[in-house]
Design a protein around this ligand. Structure first.
Ligand code: AMP
Ligand code: MG
Length: 471
């Protein structure tokens, strides 16, 4: 049993289309996130029962579900597409957790919807397991993100370049409302629905916001913090289109995302990002670009005059200051500094420059600051030694430096070659590597002998250079 309370489905016509998940042949539960079920107030044993699995596969609709596909638009690689929408996802409804927090329960890969265009509405097992592992790792690191409640293999094949096993991911989010959702109504000049949407988002995510301007301010602040969190993990989203940016501030739509092994600020993995628009170092700039699109959508609700444009512009221009503060807090903590000062930025930058010159492993370099192994990651030991002198001088007197570092530097990340090995095994029906990696990533700050190998950088022949959308 699930108690749904579907606030989005109560919005008027035009926000979504009622649709149904398409049943699958032979659903098998691959993964169930019991801690998340508990956090949501859902009965994990029921979810793992045949009835629960039928729901997670889209084969049965629980009482109270009001399945819909949400409409949205979006700028994809800078070009506006007025009509996107959930083409392979069905929102079952919303649940209110015991602590009062509201969450969407969405099936991703649940079959075609009126927004599917030429797509089949399905997902294959690979991207489902990737999103499960990566989104849960992000959550374990305290980065705002959508979550993965379950993964179900469908027993059906999907047609991509080849036939691949199908799967459905149950995604949980504070909401799936995107910058592109606002763009959908703004592009149509639908001021009434724009206002309804803004009111809905304010009520749901930013109850302290008094108007659309304060809503924009709140989204800017949340996104600035989220992106700083990505940067501190070496995370590259890969497709920061405005339809893949949630107004809640949660990281959403894990496609060709990846974590860097060797540190290269211009790193790009996505096979479709030919010009590096969404490279690691570009992410804060792209966030501002996306938020400027949101700002133009909100101007009509802010008075629609020169003063509104000025106010919206000022708010978006507030991003860098918040971002820089969040960035410094995160990167200073990675060095063991809990009370960052402006001059600490130079200390961080010097280390990053040394790391970039050496193509040092991003995660191992920071984790190795605690135990002295960082030096081995760097090509210029003399430069590093000189840096260490200044770093140690800064740490002098900071009693908690080791603890601060230990809390800020994950021992392991979802490395691409590990994820690909998990997917290869899963295609052969062996889910043990998936479960082992999932367990190791849920406690990213802990060391355990059986997890040691997950902390290793890929050997040259294991290195993954490209990731794919996996649609
Ligand atoms: P994405 O690049 O995954 O963010 O998706 C962009 C748009 O394409 C969204 O509107 C998706 O719903 C849609 N889409 C992606 N894959 C599929 C698919 N297999 N079937 C139908 N629609 C899809
Ligand atoms: Mg998307």
């Amino acid at each position: 049993m699930i108690h749904f309370d579907n606030s989005y489905a109560r919005l008027p016509q035009g926000f979504f289309t009622r649709t149904h998940p398409t049943p699958v042949r032979d659903p098998q539960l691959v993964a169930l996130n019991r801690p998340l079920a508990e956090r949501l107030g859902l009965d994990a044993d029921w979810l793992a029962s045949p009835e629960g699995i039928a729901m997670l596969a889209g084969n049965a609709l629980p009482e109270g579900a009001e399945p819909i596909a949400q409409a949205y638009a979006g700028h994809q690689f800078g070009g506006f597409v007025p009509q996107l929408g959930d083409g392979r996802a069905v929102l079952l409804g919303e649940v209110v957790a015991p602590d009062g927090a509201r969450f969407d329960i969405q099936l991703k890969g649940a079959g075609p919807t009126p927004f599917s265009r030429r797509g089949d509405g399905r997902a294959w097992l690979g991207p489902v397991l990737r999103e499960y592992l990566v989104s849960e790792f992000m959550a374990a690191c305290g980065i705002p993100t959508t979550r993965a409640l379950a993964a179900v293999a469908t027993g059906e094949q999907v047609i991509r370049e080849t036939l691949l096993p199908g799967a459905v991911l149950t995604r949980v989010a504070a909401s799936h409302i995107r910058v592109g959702t606002f763009e959908f109504y703004a592009a149509r000049g639908d001021r009434d629905r724009l206002q309804l949407l803004a009111d809905h988002v304010i009520g749901r995510h930013y109850p302290a916001a008094a108007d659309a301007g304060e809503l924009l301010e709140a989204v800017v602040a949340r996104q600035a913090a989220t992106i700083a969190g990505w940067m501190a993990l070496g995370f590259i989203h890969g497709v920061m289109n405005t339809d893949n940016m949630a107004v809640s501030g949660e990281t959403i739509d894990y496609g060709p995302c990846a974590f860097m092994d060797e540190y290269r600020p211009d790193k790009v993995f996505s096979s479709i990002d030919a010009h590096g628009r969404y490279a690691w170092r570009e992410q804060p700039n792209i966030a501002v670009w996306n938020l400027a699109q949101l700002a133009s959508c909100l101007v009509p609700l802010m008075g629609n005059d020169d003063a509104a444009v000025e106010r919206a512009t000022r708010i978006v221009h507030g991003f860098p200051e918040i971002y820089q503060r969040e960035w410094l807090a995160r990167f200073a903590a990675k060095l063991g500094i809990s009370d960052p000062r402006p001059e600490d930025r130079a200390l961080v930058e010097r280390l990053l420059t040394l790391m970039a010159e050496a193509r040092a492993d991003f995660t191992r370099s920071f984790a190795g600051l605690s135990d002295g192994t960082a030096r081995a990651e760097l090509a210029d030991p003399a430069g590093f030694d000189a840096w260490v002198v200044d770093w140690q001088a800064r740490l002098a007197g900071l009693a908690d430096a080791q603890a601060v570092m230990a809390a800020a530097n994950p021992r392991r990340i979802p490395r691409n070659h590990r994820i690909e090995a998990v997917i290869a095994a899963a295609r052969d029906g062996d889910y043990a590597p998936f479960h082992a990696l999932d367990a190791a990533l849920r406690e990213p700050l802990q060391d355990r002998p059986e997890w040691d190998s997950f902390a290793l950088a890929p050997r040259p022949e294991e290195l993954v250079q490209r990731t794919f959308c996996g649609t």
